[in-house]
Design a protein around this ligand. Sequence first.
Ligand code: BG6
Length: 467
Amino acid sequence: MSATHSDALVFFGATGDLAYKKIFPALQAMVKRGHLNVPVIGVAKAGWNLDQLRARSHDSLEKHGGVDSAAFEKLSSLLRYVDGDYQDPSTFNALRKELGNAHNPAHYLAIPPVLFETVVEQLAKSNCANGARVIIEKPFGHDLASAKELNKVLLGIFDESDIFRIDHYLGKTPVSNMIAFRFANTFAEAFWNRNYIASVQITMAENFGVEDRGAFYDQTGTVRDVVQNHLFQILSNLAMEPPVRTDSESVRDEKVKVLKAIPAIEAKNLVRGQFRGYRDVKGVAKDSQTETFAALQLEINSWRWKGVPFYIRAGKCLPVTSTEVLGRFRKPPTLIPDSVLTANHLRFRISPDVTIAMGLMFLGQGEKLSLETGEMVAARAPRAGDMDAYERLLGAAMEGDATLFAREDYVEEAWRIVDPILKQGIPVHSYAPNTWGPEQAERITPVGGWDNPIVGQDTPSIARQAA
Ligand code: BG6
């Protein structure tokens, strides 16, 4: 991997939704921190000029995080714009001209995946791909076969070390924090394995629907949208072995090993749900069989985890918005009746706040000796100035640090695990919005139950009742 810093950032899809919601705020934050000082070239087919792109970026910042006048002025001065069709070679000749002396650009494809192939081929033909990096957004394919095809196209033009596949969950601090917690604390290593842990569950709940993304979502569904990528990344961080070195490939090797140890999910271990009202969303088929909820169980056949069930649950229109992991311990052998004991747990909350909590039992107050359940909690709310995922990832890609990006083999392993269940026509059960999914999901329930994240309350240090 070359350590050259990219000397220009080109972003395709400059007038689109992702740019509006995420990229302009990330670019302003990078400028503010002194991390962006190269030309930023937006490309789109909108019939726009540079002034219109600047106005759009201003508008984006007003809606998403606020305008910082000094940083915005600097960003405006770095902005360039190339308008044109992605099929048309003259668009790419204009881009080459705009790149001027920049010979190591980073090309960020914030565009629908159907256009990836066209754009990378045009980049190669116009001499914009030499010495360049390419950054792409999920979805990386639609299934295993299409992911392999996409990788083939990309690898025909770029080296793997110059391809940066963004899964924005990898840019979130609490997702990396799980690795820090595990490998920076001696005590964690002692229990985080099959000898002490009975089950691990991951919940990604969202209390909103598919909004204006009906057409996209109906072709996608929960497993493709968030399980195969975001939640498998969380799973990999939870289950990986300590890397032998801290370079990007040593870390990514360990993550791939986790996926390699996971057999393809069987149909009996998945329940799919669809919230009532989903079929009325614009762009969604009236008889849609796409899932907006999934609960599944899988196993990791590694030395550390063999025999420990892992559960994943994700859905739209659930009661809260929160992503949380809960590892439940085996119960201790004791004279105290099992029915009185609650299993200890370790809880990582990834959003909306960052929490690490240890669930435990202790003696309550009162005349009679009795046990109570509570948590020791380390938590903090997001702070102003925290790095957003896109800021972190764009900065890392421009530096050529691939640690926080999905590697080719990882992406293909992740598809291998879900590929069969995507193709088996597993029934979709309806559920009422604002509930925890269809009742059939009870079939996929960890011993001790699902832990439903509680949002919007302070969590006192020893208070929250364990499940
Ligand atoms: C996206 C999915 O990748 O992640 C969305 O397409 C989902 O459906 C989103 O809502 C969640 O991201 P975050 O950062 O808000 O948890």
